[in-house]
Ligand binder design. Structure first.
Ligand code: NAD
Length: 401
């Protein structure tokens, strides 16, 4: 069995650790002791059906630890899946957690092949190879969706591994790593591409920016329809029958959000610094314009209720039904805009334990929430709201995506 260490046990790290620990000896590393303890007790730190099932029911060769050095010391592969948040001051990803993991690996094991799974700027792998004078570094973009993290690795759309330019040994290691991912998957005949690391980095950012473009496109279509008094659904249905466009991933929303799309689009825009472009910047800008429009549309709807004490109720902070977190959700941008207009806002979000969030009161009881809210704003319609349809503000058409 091959020895593998995984740095970071979030959505990406844990899904990969579980997938690979079916046939290899895997040690998962995190800086948060509670996560490590949960994994060792076969409890998933994130809500994910397949992860929960695999942790308890499968014979995995998986342990977790906070002792990074011991985990990296004799691993053949060290996978890095730590956060790369966007730093608004530097206008670039903050890759310090990735470098931190690389430095720890290099201090204890200079034979390891490091595989970066975190999303990184285009050109990052080559720059880090030059910085550390260590060329055993691969980049393998991750395409999983939160909530389907392990599922998307068991049935991957594709496997991509990028190796540094001109390093033949690393191309061999890239192929070996791709076979490890294939072996852990259930899907057969997975499209597998070995390419240059810089190209693999571009694949990840261009893929997510396309998704953001598509979301923004249907959102701007919806803004147009709403202002001109047209039926969004008829228009979307009409264009979707063109097989080149298709009837999927076309449900209007308050904006794209989640952990990845907002930051990955901004990073790609930063990578275009010396390259002519209009579209990439427009995608980032379109999301802000959409949220401005939604906030003003909500205020119009609120005013139509002619209430003495108007309150906007926010139903859930998550992006989609079934999600277990609300990192960078568009609704939070809407709340900020409403608060700037001195609108009273309350929130219903069962996963929040605090009683105040973003300076808004958090109401735990759904019935009290419904009765105290003049209108209820929700990104996606849920059955729980059926008895208050007259109060609902949403741009959801299909109850999906
Ligand atoms: N979440 C997604 O849907 C998704 C999809 C594709 C790619 N990605 C990318 O993968 C990376 C990780 O995303 P995520 O959602 O899994 O993040 P996450 O926040 O869920 O998990 C990251 C984990 O890394 C741990 N960590 C931080 N620094 C560490 C260190 N030095 N050593 C060990 N552990 C450390 C954190 O405690 C945390 O548990 C990001 O670059 C992200 O852009 C995420």
């Amino acid at each position: 069995m091959i020895k593998i260490a995984v740095a970071g046990t979030g959505y990406v790290g844990l899904a990969n650790a579980i997938l690979l620990s079916q046939h290899n000896e895997v040690v998962a590393v995190d800086i948060v002791p509670e996560k490590v303890e949960k994994i060792n007790n076969k409890i998933s730190p994130i809500a994910d059906k397949e992860i929960e099932e695999y942790l308890t029911a499968k014979n995995l060769h998986l342990t977790a630890t906070t002792d990074a050095e011991s985990a990296y010391r004799d691993a053949e592969f060290v996978i890095i899946s730590t956060p790369t948040n966007y730093d608004d001051e530097k206008n670039y990803f903050d890759t310090s957690s990735v470098e931190n993991a690389i430095e720890t690996v290099l201090a204890v094991n200079r034979n390891a092949t490091i595989v970066i799974k975190s999303t990184i700027p285009v050109g990052y792998t080559e720059s880090i190879i030059a910085k550390y004078k260590y060329n055993k570094i691969l980049f393998s973009p991750e395409f999983l969706r939160e909530g389907k993290a392990l599922y998307d690795n068991l049935y991957p759309s594709r496997i991509i591994v990028g190796s540094p330019q001109g390093v033949d040994d690393m191309k061999t290691q890239a192929e070996k790593f791709s076979r490890l991912l294939q072996k852990g998957a259930i899907k057969q005949e997975i499209p597998t591409l070995i390419m240059q690391a810089t190209e693999a980095e571009a694949v990840k950012l261009f893929a997510n920016t396309y998704l953001a473009l598509r979301v923004s496109y249907f959102n701007e279509l919806d803004t147009y329809a709403e202002i001109k008094g047209l039926d969004t659904k008829s228009i979307i249905e009409g264009i979707g029958y063109d097989p080149r466009i298709g009837n999927y991933y076309n449900n209007p929303s308050f904006g794209y959000g989640g952990y990845c799309l907002p930051k990955d689009t901004k990073q790609l825009r930063a990578n275009y610094k010396d390259v002519p472009e209009n579209l990439i910047s427009a995608i980032v800008q379109a999301n802000e314009t959409r949220k401005d429009f939604i906030a003003s549309d909500i205020i119009r709807f609120l005013e139509s209720k002619k209430s003495d004490k108007p309150v906007v109720g926010i139903y859930r902070l998550t992006m989609k039904s079934g999600s277990d977190n609300f990192r960078q959700s568009a609704i939070q941008g809407i709340i900020e805009r409403l608060l700037k207009c001195s609108i009273t806002v309350c929130i219903y979000e069962p996963t929040l334990s605090s009683s105040v969030y973003m300076n808004c009161s958090v109401i735990k009881n759904i019935d009290i929430f419904k009765s105290e809210s003049t209108i209820i704003v929700t990104n996606r319609f849920e059955n729980q709201l059926k008895n208050v349809v007259g109060k609902i503000y949403t741009r959801d058409i299909y109850s999906r995506d």
